[in-house]
Design a protein around this ligand. Sequence first.
Ligand SMILES: [Zn+2]
Length: 362
Amino acid sequence: MKTAMRPSFGKTPLLAAALGLLAVLGLAVQPASAEERAKDLFGAKKLPAATAAQSIGFYSKGCFAGGVAIPLDGPTWQVMRPSRNRRWGHPAMIAVVEKLSRDAAADGWPGLLIGDISQPRGGPMLTGHASHQIGLDADIWLTPMPNRPLSMAQRESMSATLMVDEKTHLVKDALWTPAHTKLLKRAASYSQVERILVNPGIKKKLCDTVKGDRFWLRKVRPFWGHDYHFHMRIGCQPGSPGCKAQEATPDDDGCGKPLAWWFTQEPWRPNKNPDAPKARDLMTMANLPSECRAVLDAPGPSSAEAATYHGGGVPVAAAAPEPEAPSLPATPAAAGLPSTMNAFTATPEIGVPLPRPRPPGN
Ligand SMILES: [Zn+2]
């Protein structure tokens, strides 16, 4: 079914591979056509677009400008997998992550191990994640921060703790602590945070154990994966007219029938077409909002440090002059992909069976 609907992207695999290599090497500075794979172009950017902060498009189909980085180390956090260069986000996202690290530490959590946020200018990634494209998503490990600074090598290789039994899809009780619950509750307490994605087993654990105020549970949404980290998503921020909001979550705690679905066979059926390319692998510039071309071409700051967030004040990159309004013509091809391609649409809601078990990341 999916195969029949997949659009044709008139480019040979060899040419695409060559372009990808050029992009990785930083040589494809001025892309000639909108057909180039967006992930190669955005994946090659080492620094953000030094303009006012702006998210453009949707979480799984867009980009952002004016990104800032969270420092590799802070008093209450350490960034993991630093070589990926995915510690960039909209300044509001970075501020929320930093605040969560402080608040969680005050709550008794030893500090955050921060996973992927976004590439410097967002966009689809070379590996992993359908979303994280507009600087408003962040992955936080469910492993508490060790009380020593990890070396860069350790941050690349250290494994996170798998919190869920892969057969039963239930949380491993020996690993789950009240501090985990507190951390998620703290993240959900922020008004900017619209959703927190966790493994269905973790959602079930919260449903079964949270007493008293349960209203925050509505923000915690079950999804494949997310069994060693949780995913925190904030809403579109002021100054981003092109940011496409996600549908609001229902007002109930989500512990009823929709959660029960995750404990049936249906969500876990083997993928019939495991080698089918993912949306992020197919996206071209023409599939992204046209403003993303201007984001790609915008000048960067003088260094990563110049666009690194140091709390409170205005990060340097966001202090740059307002960007000129992108004047590129809207490409009709931007709407050229069928909305039935799951990863291009809103994060799939529970109740909608999907053919792919546990897509990596997200
Ligand atoms: Zn994520």
